[in-house]
Design a protein around this ligand. Structure first.
Ligand code: ADP
Ligand code: TMP
Ligand code: ASP
Length: 244
């Protein structure tokens, strides 16, 4: 695919204009960041693994009728997606307490939650992605109540689907983050899942050992990130080209 000028460079991906109207190309970088990019490194091959793993999950979600932006994988690093108007709200789903909720609410890591918890954060790095309530989303017009209803409904379906997918390969889905956007065509609008689903934005623990198989390996300086991501790909049956 002919290279165009980047439209946007984020922490983990670069976005290019796509070949047709209403399309974009997502290029998966090897950059690893945490704590709103205060911690940074380059982990050679991470972008390739996330590209293939996210493709696998988006395609499986599509099979279940969960609308998402994925069109096709272009090569090891790039995928063609539908161009969405991103809703600036990160939707965080928690099944087990880990990460930021533990110090925030004084909960011990690993505590099973009585029910699935859906949290919203404003997607704004300079403010540190602050947690917000649905009322903030409506007050500031980030999404309407009807849109949020669709987002939460899709999110809970994605959680059920992902929980089963990962349990089937001996992995516990602890938590994850989703982004949604509006797909505008001919005056009609549809809410769709955007961005990526990969070990960068999920917490995944081995079901037998509780070993971390996600970006916490980087966040917490545990090492072995690439090996963990490769193991997730292997168990999912995702064929990855030689990485490293
Ligand atoms: P960040 O912007 O948080 O640093 P990335 O490096 O992953 O994140 O960059 C990808 C960017 O592309 C994100 O800002 C995300 O909201 C945006 N994005 C993801 N999917 C789409 C899409 N289908 N249409 C438009 N923007 C998208
Ligand atoms: P947290 O415990 O740090 O709030 O993260 C919850 C989940 O969301 C975890 O799986 C990591 C993911 N996440 C992102 O993908 N991007 C982010 O910017 C943040 C803060 C979390
Ligand atoms: N995605 C955020 C960052 O890159 C936070 C995180 O994932 O820990 O800084």
């Amino acid at each position: 695919m002919k290279k165009k000028k980047p439209l946007y460079e984020g922490k983990a991906k670069v976005i290019f204009d796509g070949p047709e109207a209403h399309t974009l190309v997502q290029y998966f970088k090897d950059d690893a960041t945490a704590f709103n990019a205060q911690k940074k490194d380059v982990i050679t091959g991470k972008g390739i693994l996330n590209n293939y793993i996210s493709e696998h999950i988006m395609l499986a979600a599509r099979e279940l009728g969960i609308p998402n932006h994925f069109i096709s994988r272009v090569n090891d690093r790039e995928q063609l997606v539908r161009k969405l108007e991103i809703i600036p709200v990160e939707v965080v789903v928690r099944n087990v307490a880990a990460g930021s909720i533990c110090p925030r609410l004084g909960i011990e890591e690993g505590t099973m939650l009585n029910n699935t918890l859906v949290e919203f954060c404003l997607k704004n790095d300079s403010l540190g992605d602050p947690i917000i309530a649905p009322e903030h989303i409506f007050t500031f017009g980030w999404a309407t109540p009807d849109e949020l209803e669709i987002i939460v409904e899709d999110t809970l379906r994605i959680n059920d689907f992902l929980t089963g997918l990962f349990l089937g390969i001996g992995v516990r889905l602890i938590d994850f983050k989703l982004e949604f956007g509006r797909y505008w065509t001919d005056g009609a609008v549809e809410i769709m899942l955007a961005d990526e689903i990969s070990p960068d934005n999920c917490r995944l623990w081995d079901a037998k050992t509780n070993e971390k198989m996600d970006k916490d390996r980087f966040r917490r300086d545990l090492g072995g990130l690439l090996e963990a991501y490769k193991e997730i790909a292997r168990r999912l049956g995702v064929k990855i080209p030689q990485v490293n």
